[in-house]
Design a protein around this ligand. Structure first.
Ligand code: SF4
Length: 749
């Protein structure tokens, strides 16, 4: 049956129908200079360089774009002054040029339309028409339901401009999946414990650490550039790394200890480590006494959480639990129990990361060399704009009494609240989606599509025809980061600094930068005063002059560092520190969490086990891809075209599976992967789990390279375990079994 929001699979006029065969694109791996072998090599001196910061992942490394005399981009390199990358980009950053060159890019604004028989299609539109329609639709929804019924989902640099637009319009409902689907639990846990979020990049002092503990964190597979570089250095120096993972990840193979833990039992291990630290009297007493609150309660709480107790749960031997706890204590305070990044696993994630935070506090690593440094950033002012209208309701009204400790809006919550229910106080009628492919990002795809079906209007701003664009009413094509200015990067680090992104070339096709799109839309809606500049270069130059620089200087430097104003990188010996918690101390016993009716100290609770013949689905990253957004980038596709499912040899034998055999995965709810996936038989995964890299299995044919390659883990994540403290979506409670023949699709009535 056709629905109003039927996914548009057909190629639209101007939407990127291919004129070039795929083989013609397969031209050169990561080095564009090498790629053009029929041309003479181009010397760096013959090229013009433009500063940028990378948009292939959130780490935003600063670099230089090299453009030859013909105006072609030839390569991208790192900026040596940048603390995020120290002059070295990761493979994805070097291959970022593939985003600019991708012939599947969105090329022109598109508007959903219908044939006489009701078949939907996208027709090419001018910017004026597409923005007029967007403005008209948003205004009509605001008049009928209030502006708060419009939500913005964003990811990437352009989101800030759309956020400014939406708040000026009257809606505070701005969200990014990077909170509830990724790092939200750790930020909530850190705020409850230390009074501040971990933030990005994480202030882990890896270069000076004696002991790095990684729990389900795959540094090196997730290429968080500066962290990976520092980790590589400490591997070379022979420092201790302890990796806890059901899978022998790349970093696990470089570690002194690999603890192949039974999945879903990490809290038990952490509590046993806390037990050993306290009951063997090897915690940092001076630090705990001076800076923490609730030690006695914690000591009593973990009394029975011995390594022997944890052994029965985690399968990690008590002697190993003790030995690794002593390794941490020996290194303290130069020890980092890494807070992780993608930490939404089992729905008790805030409590798990609380246990991580407590362990760091017991060893005194927060604010000490080799633990966590005290980050600092430059405040760059914004020009004065009118006050935003006061919203009458927010996304929180849809969840009365729930998720009070969520510091940011929940993408999954807004998605749920878009599906009307009898008792729903707030529901959403329109979405603006900027740079995030929600069907492959939010768990429970069916739910996401149901929410989209309920929308009165959806505008998608993206560079590529990702799956989300197929459901849009209006598509606004953004130019890539190599073709645009954005706001200054001001993220904190050891040294405060700023980085500039400027265009190296003019936007290809009829694409525009986010700042321009948001400003035009605002002007069409009478909100131009919220964008008080004619061109973004005016804004940037004004901002830079406020901090003692200028656009001209930053165009030359790319990155500028400033002296620290807030003291040293670490606490001084005996320094009095006031933490931003209710007690002013690091809270081992959390008053905030307790006041909301949850356990003030972490507790291990068992999670469901897979039924006979099913295996826990674990997913992760590959170093050459950033989720689904790079799957179609020809440079990176050349390096990895599809994912494989890791299966333990014992399990493979049981199922008679062979290396590279194509199988389909079916989850506990009967959902089968749309595409087959190859089998990888390896001892590197526990028998009770399978593993696959996230971001493959694209179903949108407009992504010509990525379409149909590998399987999508997102599709198989239909069971979600909600973290009651902050609303994060635990996604590792899904189990799969194997189908060796292509399943026959049931026909929907
Ligand atoms: Fe780009 Fe790699 Fe840096 Fe991410 S880590 S911003 S992909 S260079």
């Amino acid at each position: 049956m056709k629905t109003r929001r039927e996914f548009i699979k057909i190629s639209a006029v101007g939407a990127g129908a291919a004129a070039i065969g795929l083989s013609a694109l397969n031209i050169g791996g990561l080095n564009p200079l090498m790629a053009e072998s029929n041309e003479r090599p181009v010397n760096d001196e013959e090229m013009t360089t433009y500063p940028t910061y990378c948009e292939v992942c959130f780490w935003n490394c600063a670099g230089w774009t090299f453009v030859d005399k013909k105006g072609d981009i030839k390569k991208i390199t790192g900026n040596k002054e940048d603390p995020h990358c120290n002059g070295r980009l990761c493979p994805r950053g070097t291959g970022g040029l593939g985003m600019y060159n991708d012939e599947d890019r969105l090329k022109t604004p598109l508007i959903r339309d219908y044939e006489k028989d009701g078949t939907p299609y996208f027709r090419k539109a001018s910017w004026d028409e597409a923005l007029d329609l967007t403005a008209k639709k948003l205004q009509a929804i605001a008049d009928k339901h209030g502006p708060e019924c419009v939500a913005l989902f964003n990811h990437g640099s352009g989101g800030k401009f759309f956020g400014n637009f939406l708040q000026a319009f009257g809606s505070p409902n701005i969200t990014a999946p990077s909170f509830a689907q990724c790092r939200g639990p750790r930020e909530t846990a850190w705020i409850a414990t230390f009074g501040e979020a971990v933030g990005s990049p994480e202030p882990t002092d890896i270069r000076d650490t004696e002991c790095l503990v990684l729990i389900g964190t795959h540094l090196g597979e997730n290429m968080h550039n500066g962290q990976v570089q520092e980790m590589a250095d400490i591997v070379g120096l022979g420092k201790t790394i302890i990796t806890v993972d059901p899978r022998l990840s790349t970093v696990a193979s470089k570690s002194k200890y690999w603890l192949p833990i039974k999945p879903a039992t990490d809290i038990a291990l952490l509590m046993a480590w806390i037990h050993v630290a306290i009951y063997e009297d090897i915690y940092n007493k001076d630090y705990v006494e001076k800076y923490t609150f609730g030690f006695d309660a914690l000591k009593e709480h973990v009394k029975d959480m011995t390594p022997e107790w944890a052994y029965g749960i985690t399968t990690i031997e008590p002697s190993i639990i003790r030995e690794t706890a002593r390794e941490m204590a020996k290194a303290a305070p130069s020890v980092i129990v890494h807070p992780g990044r993608h930490v939404t696993w089992y729905g008790d994630d805030t409590q798990r990361i609380r246990a991580v935070a407590i362990l760091n506090a017991l060893f005194g690593s927060w604010g000490n060399r080799g633990g966590f440094y005290l980050k600092e950033s430059i405040h760059v002012p914004m020009p004065k704009i009118p006050a935003y209208p006061t919203p009458k309701k927010t996304w929180r009204d849809a969840f009365p009494g729930q998720f009070k400790l969520a510091s940011l809006a929940l993408s999954s919550g807004i998605c749920d609240a878009t599906i009307p229910t009898e008792d729903r106080a707030c529901s959403f009628k329109a979405w603006m989606v900027s740079g995030t492919n929600l069907p492959l990002t939010l768990p429970n795809q069916k739910n996401t599509l149901k929410a989209i079906e309920n929308l009165e209007f959806m505008v998608v701003i993206d560079t590529m025809p990702m799956e989300i664009t197929g459901y849009a009413d209006v598509i606004l094509p953004e130019c890539t980061y190599l073709e645009r200015y954005d706001l200054l990067r001001t993220s904190p680090h050891r040294e405060p600094h700023i980085a500039l992104r400027m265009p190296a070339v003019k936007p290809k096709y009829d694409t525009k930068p986010a700042w321009w799109i948001a400003k035009q839309l605002a002007e069409k809606m009478g909100l131009g005063a919220y964008f008080p500049y004619d061109d973004i270069t005016d804004l940037l130059d004004w901002q830079l002059k406020q901090v003692g620089s200028s656009l001209e200087e930053m165009q030359r430097l790319g990155v500028k560092k400033f002296p620290r104003k807030n003291g040293g990188l670490y606490f001084r010996k005996g320094e009095d520190v006031e933490f931003n918690t209710p007690t002013g101390k690091i809270e081992l016993f959390s008053n905030q969490i307790g006041a909301e009716g949850f356990d003030p100290m972490p507790v291990y609770t068992p999670h469901p086990e897979p039924q006979q013949g099913f295996y826990r689905l674990i997913y992760g990253r590959a170093p050459m891809h950033t989720f689904s957004r790079t799957a179609n980038n020809h440079n990176l596709w050349d390096l990895k075209k599809e994912n494989a499912v890791w299966i333990n040899p014992k399990v493979a034998q049981l199922w008679n599976l062979k290396k590279d055999q194509e199988i389909w995965l079916k989850n506990q709810d009967g959902v089968v992967s749309s595409f087959p996936i190859k089998v990888r038989i390896t001892e590197r995964i526990r028998w009770d789990s399978v593993y696959m890299v996230h971001g493959f299995g694209h179903s949108d044919k407009k992504l010509q390279r990525a379409y149909g390659h590998g399987a999508s883990d997102s599709e198989l994540i239909t069971k979600v375990m909600i973290d009651p403290i902050m609303g994060g979506t635990g996604m590792r409670g899904n189990f799969v079994t194997f189908l060796t023949t292509k399943p026959v699709k049931e026909v929907e009535s």
